[in-house]
Design a protein around this ligand. Structure first.
Ligand SMILES: Cc1cc2nc3c(=O)[nH]c(=O)nc-3n(C[C@H](O)[C@H](O)[C@H](O)COP(=O)(O)OP(=O)(O)OC[C@H]3O[C@@H](n4cnc5c(N)ncnc54)[C@H](O)[C@@H]3O)c2cc1C
Ligand SMILES: NC(=O)c1ccc[n+]([C@@H]2O[C@H](COP(=O)([O-])OP(=O)(O)OC[C@H]3O[C@@H](n4cnc5c(N)ncnc54)[C@H](OP(=O)(O)O)[C@@H]3O)[C@@H](O)[C@H]2O)c1
Length: 247
């Protein structure tokens, strides 16, 4: 049965007006890399809860979450005001099927994220399993502005550790940024720009795609991939595309 555990916020790092990360100390139990929990606050006598992906890997403390403040959003606007020492509720056990055991065998794993949808990938990439299972991993982070490209230090550490087996590609849609593709993921799949820039070809024999974040990106990217012959991954009919919608 689901239970609420009280956590203590030990840091609230504010990256921009609407983007922040919470570090929380809590005994919230075990989870699988890629899963989400719920965070909650008691607001006006009511427990307001929303799902958030773990950015940290199982066993790590403090727990870390990467958040976007939704305009008019009840919980994210309250969480962004929290300070060290403040309390937050965390749900246990964790939930979700955006995990490696749902992924059929493949050589190249493509991980597509918009915004804070990059969190579950960091949780997964900082355990051994994906590096034992896949030949290469391409992490693709699509954001509006350069300031939204956080956690560069994790990307650099993965590059240092795994060399050519790990490729990172940023998309920044609303300004020109060196090294990033200007535009959106589906367009760069359709015109071949993503394969050119990463030097890795997509093929139904070797590729799998995980998609996380903005439901518009998930839908349009799925369509672009289907047009290339990739299929949705379902338990009864394994395929190439595994998704997590954030709203
Ligand atoms: C599995 C899962 C994991 C998630 N993980 C994370 C995470 O790691 N980090 C994170 O930041 N969020 C994550 N989310 C989203 C999160 O759960 C909340 O939806 C988000 O924080 C907003 O909650 P809120 O209470 O502030 O807003 P709410 O009170 O729920 O209201 C949100 C407001 O935003 C509006 N809105 C909804 N969609 C859009 C849109 N596309 N554009 C503009 N406005 C919109 C709604 O209409 C509403 O008015 C996840 C969601 C899911 C389902
Ligand atoms: N991040 C969250 O967890 C969250 C949760 C709830 C609500 N929201 C809402 O989402 C908005 C901002 O979120 P965000 O900062 O994470 O940015 P975002 O709007 O999700 O944009 C991130 C990137 O995805 C691109 N994108 C948008 N729609 C796409 C599509 N259909 N196909 C492919 N790419 C697409 C954007 O390109 P363009 O610049 O070209 O649009 C941008 O490069 C806010 O209005 C917020 O209220 C976010």
């Amino acid at each position: 049965m689901a239970q609420w555990v009280e956590g203590t916020i030990i840091a609230n790092e504010r990256w921009s007006e609407n983007l922040f990360s919470l570090k929380v100390e809590a005994e919230a139990g075990d989870f699988i890399a890629g899963q989400f929990t719920s965070l909650a606050l008691d607001i006006d006598g009511e427990r307001v809860a929303r799902p958030y992906s773990y950015l940290t890997s199982p066993g790590q403390q403090p727990l870390e979450f990467f958040l976007y403040r939704a305009i008019g959003g009840a919980l994210s606007n309250a969480l962004i005001e929290k300070r060290p020492g403040d309390k937050v509720w965390i749900k246990t056990p964790a939930n979700g099927f955006f995990v490696l055991r749902e992924i059929p065998p493949c050589e190249d794993m493509w991980m597509f994220a918009t915004g804070t949808g990059i969190s579950p990938y960091f949780s997964i990439l900082n355990i051994d399993e994906p590096w034992q299972r896949f030949k290469r991993i391409v992490l693709v982070h699509a954001v509006r502005l350069k300031i939204d490209l956080r956690y560069r230090e994790i990307v650099d550490a993965l590059r240092e550790k795994y060399g050519e087996r790990f490729v990172f590609q940023a998309f920044v849609s609303r300004e020109e940024v060196s090294g990033a593709i200007r535009g959106r993921i589906p367009g760069a799949i359709e015109d071949g720009e993503l394969e050119r820039r990463t030097g890795i070809a997509m093929s139904p024999d070797q590729s799998h795609f995980m998609l996380c974040g903005n439901p518009g990106m998930v839908k349009d990217t799925t369509e672009a991939l289907r047009a290339r012959g990739f299929t949705k991954n379902r338990r009864r009919t394994p395929g190439h595309i595994t998704i997590e919608n954030y709203w």
